[in-house]
Write a protein that binds this ligand. Structure first.
Ligand SMILES: *Cc1c(COP(=O)(O)O)cnc(C)c1O
Length: 391
């Protein structure tokens, strides 16, 4: 059995790992030190500097980053955390894993599918400990407004910035506006280490706590013990092993250095999509009017209401175009559905748009011809037979 990727004309996502990453990995393997050490520390310092903050903790996944933020908040039974339903399940899952209750919030609109401040206002209560904002597709959520609401209630803001490394917004760099910034370096993300993540915290003592918790609260790391001769250490709390490897951190440093270049490609491709899709007005484009910085992580569209998504997906697949859906609403998954009666659903914007969402291919190895191919096939798939040629 080989390990080739599936044969597709245009894959949904791809990474830009190449010769530089291979050389960096070789260097780590040759050094003989594979677990977290100086390369990981340098990656943290470089990431923090690029983000304009003093420090960061590299971790083994975006999920680990979110879990550590919840642990730093000492979240437990009876505590509520407001989370957008239209997101990856990780944030709600980490709340639940800590014994807390995820309280699902609706998004603003199909044009701006990030958590709605009005929903946060509606859902904030005496048990609310935090609000999670997710920067969908790399576009800024309304973080400052939500942070004002949350802070008035003594609640923290956790930014799920898995899609949005190094995005400047008028409110600040995404991931540094709230109390915690959580990033993912999964293989499909903008900046990848295969699996990995990073955590930022506004308060230095919370980042210190996260650093301890990500490595079993041991007071001296394996690297420090190996390089100072002493083998003594204390354990001053309960933690986990969420450390990345030197191998992944070496990839991360290289990916960080090329992020701006990759982003320029993504930006150009998104503008190409928007230009071509302008002649298919029945398709909606979230964030179409967003002109400021974005990570351009996802090219999400809204299919015309009533059009069966599965048929469009299979038509695209037949033409070698891979698609996905970001996201199936979390509050409708069986593990999170509150009542047995689906009539209880109460997130109208999310529910109305969710069945129409489709994510088109977008990655820094794509060409403008690939975009043209995707839009051509998509146009034929959404229009009744014969009309595509005549319009
Ligand atoms: C990928 C992702 C995560 C989780 O990151 P992992 O590194 O896969 O654990 C969390 N939230 C969002 C929005 C994501 O896209």
């Amino acid at each position: 059995m080989g390990i080739e990727k599936p044969a597709l004309r245009v894959a949904l996502a791809d990474n830009t790992v190449g010769a530089a990453e291979i050389a960096a990995v070789n260097e780590v393997l040759t050094s003989g030190w594979l677990s977290a050490g100086p390369v990981t520390r340098t990656f943290e310092e470089e990431f923090a500097e690029a983000m304009g903050v003093t420090d960061a903790v590299a971790v083994s996944s975006g999920t680990a980053a979110l879990h550590l933020a919840m642990l730093a908040l000492n979240l437990g039974p009876g505590d509520e955390v407001i989370v957008p339903s239209l997101s990856f399940v990780a944030s709600a899952a980490m709340v639940a894993l800590c014994g807390g209750t995820p309280v699902f919030a609706d998004v603003l609109s199909a044009e701006e599918p990030t958590i709605a401040p009005a929903e946060v206002r509606r859902l904030l209560g005496p048990r609310t400990r935090a609000v999670v904002v997710m920067h969908y597709g790399g576009y800024p959520a309304r973080t400052a407004e939500i942070a004002d609401l949350a802070r008035a209630h003594g609640a923290a803001v956790v930014e799920d910035a898995a899609h949005a490394p190094l995005v400047r917004s008028p409110e600040g760099t995404l991931g540094t506006i709230g109390d915690f910034g959580c990033f993912s370096f999964h293989a499909t993300k903008n900046l990848t280490t295969g699996e990995g993540g990073m955590v930022l915290a506004r308060r230095p003592e919370q980042l210190d706590l996260i650093r301890l918790k990500h490595s079993h609260h041991v007071t001296r790391t394996t690297w420090e013990r190996a390089h100072t001769g002493g083998s003594d250490y204390d354990v001053n709390g309960i933690g986990l092993n969420y450390r990345p490897t030197e191998i992944s951190s070496a990839i991360g440093r290289t990916q960080l250095a090329r992020l701006a270049e990759d982003r320029a490609v993504r930006r150009r491709l998104v503008h190409r999509y928007r230009d071509l899709l302008r002649s298919v007005p029945e398709i909606g484009i979230p964030f179409a009017r967003h002109v400021a910085d974005s990570a351009f992580h996802l090219m999400a569209i809204l299919l015309p209401a009533g059009l069966p998504r599965d048929a469009v997906v299979s038509r695209l697949r037949d033409e070698g175009v891979q698609t996905s859906v970001h996201y199936r609403p979390t509050h409708l998954f069986s593990a999170y559905r509150e009542g047995p009666d689906p009539a209880e659903r109460r997130l109208p914007v999310t529910e109305r748009m969710a069945g129409r969402l489709l994510t088109l291919p977008l990655h820094a190895r794509m060409t403008e011809d690939d975009v043209t191919h995707v839009v051509t096939v998509l146009t034929a798939a959404v229009r009744p037979a014969g009309r595509a040629e005549t319009t």
